[in-house]
Design a protein around this ligand. Structure first.
Ligand SMILES: Cc1cc2nc3c(=O)[nH]c(=O)nc-3n(C[C@H](O)[C@H](O)[C@H](O)COP(=O)(O)OP(=O)(O)OC[C@H]3O[C@@H](n4cnc5c(N)ncnc54)[C@H](O)[C@@H]3O)c2cc1C
Length: 224
């Protein structure tokens, strides 16, 4: 039987309670999912030998888990210890009249939990498929899939999406109605967008190897 879906409202726990800039917080799980789906790189924070380590890495997800992968030699992927994962999208620079009020328009998510090492072969393949398809939809069917040796060399972690938080900032600077509005300075937002470029063929390819449609179609589309 399929497990129940996670509640539509994000839980407020000791770890997820927003303490500062609370007005930017959201408890809407749909916003969390939208942030996760808009990116494919996260930062995995973990304490190893008493020291913090924050590792940029790619991810995928299903309705209940974030999947992270890497070499079995990766110390950050040991699993079984508390981790904190963040996903961040920068939408623009908020340029205020005062330096103090400068900021960033963003969407960000933080997931807290203890990641589990996936050992079941079927679950591992599913997780790796989700992870591959998250950043490169269509590649799981197109490229050669991992063989037994490659699977053995890969760690896959599953982190529950249960305990997560979201913060979003949009809009103009906050000092438009304060005393600094009298300064006569320009203020506003400088938007930032990322887009996929045209595919660049590997020089080692035989000439005229066609670019698959699922890759070609992404050129010029917006990322994030
Ligand atoms: C691109 C970017 C730039 C930023 N720049 C600054 C900056 O220069 N200075 C600054 O003070 N803040 C900045 N922030 C906001 C910052 O991420 C924190 O939200 C804020 O500083 C509060 O931090 P805190 O340690 O007091 O968190 P707390 O409010 O104590 O955090 C409690 C809990 O709230 C949740 N939470 C906190 N922050 C976030 C978040 N960003 N996304 C999702 N969940 C969150 C987490 O679950 C966390 O455990 C920036 C955010 C982004 C995305």
């Amino acid at each position: 039987m399929a497990p129940d879906p996670l509640p539509p409202r994000l839980p407020v726990t000791d770890r997820t309670r927003h303490r500062r800039l609370r007005e930017q917080g959201s408890l809407d799980r749909a916003e969390l999912e939208a942030i996760l789906d808009a990116g494919f790189v996260c930062h995995l924070g973990v304490v190893i030998d008493g020291r913090p380590l924050v590792v940029p890495t790619v991810y995928g997800r299903d309705e209940r888990h974030l999947f992270l992968h890497g070499s079995v030699a990766g110390r950050s992927l040991a699993g079984g210890t508390p981790v904190c994962v963040t996903v961040t999208h920068v939408d623009g620079l908020v340029l205020a009249r005062s330096v103090f009020e400068h900021g960033v328009n963003y969407r960000s998510a933080m997931i807290h939990g203890t990641a589990r090492k996936v050992t079941d072969p079927e679950e591992k393949l599913t997780g790796l498929r989700l992870l591959t398809e998250h950043s490169a939809p269509g590649q799981w069917s197109y490229a050669r899939r991992p063989n037994r040796r490659e699977l053995a060399a890969t760690t896959l972690l599953a982190l529950s999406l249960e305990e997560a938080s979201v913060k979003i900032r949009t809009g103009a600077p906050d000092d438009g109605d304060g005393p600094d509005a009298e300064l006569g300075l320009w203020a506003g937002v400088l938007p930032l967008t990322a887009a996929w470029g045209a595919p660049m063929a590997d020089p080692a390819l035989p000439p005229n190897t066609p670019v698959p449609g699922h890759i070609a179609r992404r050129a010029g589309t917006r990322h994030g």
